[in-house]
Design a protein around this ligand. Structure first.
Ligand SMILES: *Cc1c(COP(=O)(O)O)cnc(C)c1O
Length: 423
C-alpha cells in the first residue's frame, strides 16, 4: 500500500482510482477520538457531521472498541445457515430496548428500508387481503431512504434518479407534514404502508408539526395501514429522545403510556446502532407483522453476524449509560439559542431549525450558489467539519458525547466564520 504523507496525495489517489460518486470537502482524516478528528497534517477538528449521525457515541468509543476486539478474535461470521451464540442475545436485547416483539437484522440502512418495504407488502397480501401485485406504499416528498433502485424509484431528487430507470412501481408520494394529504392517500385501494422519516434529515432537517407522527399513526391505524418509521438518521438519541417518534419523552425505553409516542408498526434503524464501527441495520416489528417472513424469503450473508451483533449491543449500552439522549436535548437547546442570535445579526444566515443535536442553518442564498460550501471550507480552516446539503443548508450534527464547553467553543467558531464571511 502507498503510504500517505499529505492530504494532496490522498485526494489525488481517490480522484484517479475511485469512482466520483461523492464530492467531499478537501480534508483527509486519519484519526478520531470522541468529538475530534485529525487530518494527515495533524490539524484537529470538531466533527459536526458524525458520519451522517452514525457516530452518535463519538469516534472510536473505548467500550465499543473493546467489544469489537473481543468478538473479532472469537467468531465473526457464520452466515445464517447455522445459529451463532451472539445473535439470540442481541435480538432479545434490541427488541426489549426498543419495545418490539421481533427484529430482522441487516447491514446497511438501505437494506433495512428494502426489508421494511418487502415486509409491508407481504403483510398486505397475506394479512390485509390486498390483491397480488396491487400493494401501494405512501411516501413523502423530498424523502431520503437510501440508494437502491427501488428506493430511488420513489425519490423526487432528480440527481438521485436520472438515468437509473426503469423504476419500481407501487408508491404514492404526498407532501411532508400534511395530514390531510395522508388521509386522502390512505383511501386509495391497496395501500399497505406509510414510509416516513419523523424528521427529514437529508432534505435539510425539516421538523414537522409537533403532533404529526401521532396523527399519522392514528390515520394509518384507522385504515389498517402499517406506519413505517425510518429512524436511521433520527434514531438512537440524536434528536434528544431515544427515537424521534418519542416526541418529548426522554425515558430510556419505550412505553405506550407516553401520549407523545407514535409507536410505528415497523421501525428501521441503522447508522448509530453500531456507533460507526461496523455496518448494522435492523427492522423491528411486532409478531403479527414479522411472522409473515418465512425461511428463504429474505436474508443477507452478513446480516445478524456475531461481530455486528456484539458491536451493536455495546453501542446501544453506551447510549443508555452515558445518557446521550438527555445530553442531545439539553445541548440542542443551547445550540439553537446561540444560532438564533447569530442569525439575527447576520443577513447571510436565514434561519436555524432542528431538534436535539440534529440541526441546520439555512444560508440566505440560492441553492445553486456556492455560499454554503464556501462557509464550510472556512469552518474547516477554523477547525470544524460540517457539510452543506441541498446547496444552501448546513447541517450541524456533532457526536452526542460533546460537552457544553465544547459546544460553546464550536458556536464561537461558527459565529466567527459566518460574521466574517464575505462572498
Ligand atoms: C442514511 C440514511 C439511509 C440509508 O442508509 P445507508 O446505510 O447509507 O444505506 C436511509 N434512510 C435515512 C433516513 C438515512 O439518513
Amino acid at each position: 500500500m502507498e503510504t500517505i504523507t499529505s492530504s494532496k496525495q490522498a485526494i489525488q489517489l481517490e480522484e484517479r482510482y475511485g469512482a466520483h460518486n461523492y464530492h467531499p470537502l478537501p480534508v483527509v482524516l486519519t484519526r478520531g477520538e470522541g468529538v475530534y478528528l485529525w487530518d494527515v497534517e495533524g490539524k484537529k477538528y470538531f466533527d459536526f457531521l458524525s458520519a451522517y449521525s452514525a457516530v452518535n457515541q463519538g469516534h472510536c468509543h473505548p467500550r465499543i472498541k473493546d467489544a469489537m476486539i473481543e468478538q473479532v478474535g472469537t467468531l465473526t461470521l457464520t452466515s445464517r445457515a447455522f445459529y451463532n451464540d451472539v445473535l439470540g442475545p442481541f435480538e432479545k436485547y434490541i427488541t426489549e430496548y426498543f419495545g418490539f416483539d421481533m427484529v430482522l437484522p441487516m447491514n446497511t440502512g438501505a437494506e433495512g428500508v428494502e426489508t421494511a418495504l418487502k415486509l409491508a407488502r407481504k403483510w398486505g397480501y397475506e394479512r390485509k387481503g390486498v390483491a397480488e401485485n396491487k400493494a401501494k406504499i405512501i411516501v413523502a416528498e423530498n424523502n431520503f431512504h437510501g440508494r437502491t433502485t427501488t428506493i430511488i424509484s420513489f425519490s423526487n431528487d432528480a440527481n438521485a434518479r436520472k438515468s437509473f430507470g426503469p423504476f419500481t412501481d407501487g408508491f404514492i408520494r404526498i407532501p411532508y407534514d400534511d395530514i390531510v394529504a395522508l388521509e386522502q392517500a390512505l383511501e386509495i385501494e391497496g395501500v399497505v404502508g406509510f414510509l416516513i422519516e419523523p424528521i427529514q434529515g437529508e432534505a435539510g432537517v425539516y421538523v414537522p408539526e409537533e403532533d404529526y407522527m401521532r396523527k399519522a399513526k392514528a390515520a394509518c391505524a384507522a385504515q389498517n395501514v402499517l406506519l413505517i418509521a425510518d429512524e436511521i438518521q433520527t434514531g438512537i438519541a440524536r434528536t434528544g429522545s431515544l427515537l424521534a417518534v418519542c416526541g418529548n419523552c426522554t425515558c430510556e425505553a419505550h412505553c405506550e403510556k407516553q401520549e407523545t409516542y407514535a409507536k410505528p408498526d415497523i421501525l428501521i434503524l441503522g447508522k448509530a446502532i453500531s456507533g460507526g464501527f461496523y455496518p448494522v441495520s435492523a427492522v423491528l416489528a411486532d409478531r403479527e407483522v414479522m411472522e409473515v417472513i418465512k425461511p428463504g424469503q429474505h436474508g443477507s450473508t452478513f446480516g445478524g453476524n456475531p461481530l455486528g451483533a456484539k458491536v451493536a449491543m455495546a453501542a446501544l449500552e453506551v447510549v443508555r449509560d452515558e445518557k446521550l439522549a438527555q445530553n442531545a436535548r439539553k445541548l440542542g437547546e443551547i445550540f439553537r439559542n446561540r444560532m438564533r442570535k447569530m442569525v439575527d445579526r447576520n443577513p447571510i444566515a436565514k434561519l436555524v431549525r432542528g431538534r436535539g443535536l440534529l440541526n441546520a442553518v439555512v444560508i440566505n442564498d440560492s441553492p445553486d450558489s456556492t455560499t454554503a460550501w464556501d462557509i464550510c471550507i472556512q469552518l474547516a480552516e477554523n477547525g470544524l467539519l460540517a457539510k452543506p446539503t441541498h446547496g444552501n443548508i448546513i447541517r450541524f450534527a456533532p457526536p452526542l458525547v460533546i460537552t457544553e464547553d465544547q459546544l460553546h467553543e464550536c458556536c464561537d467558531i461558527i459565529e466567527r466564520v459566518i460574521s466574517n464571511f464575505n462572498k
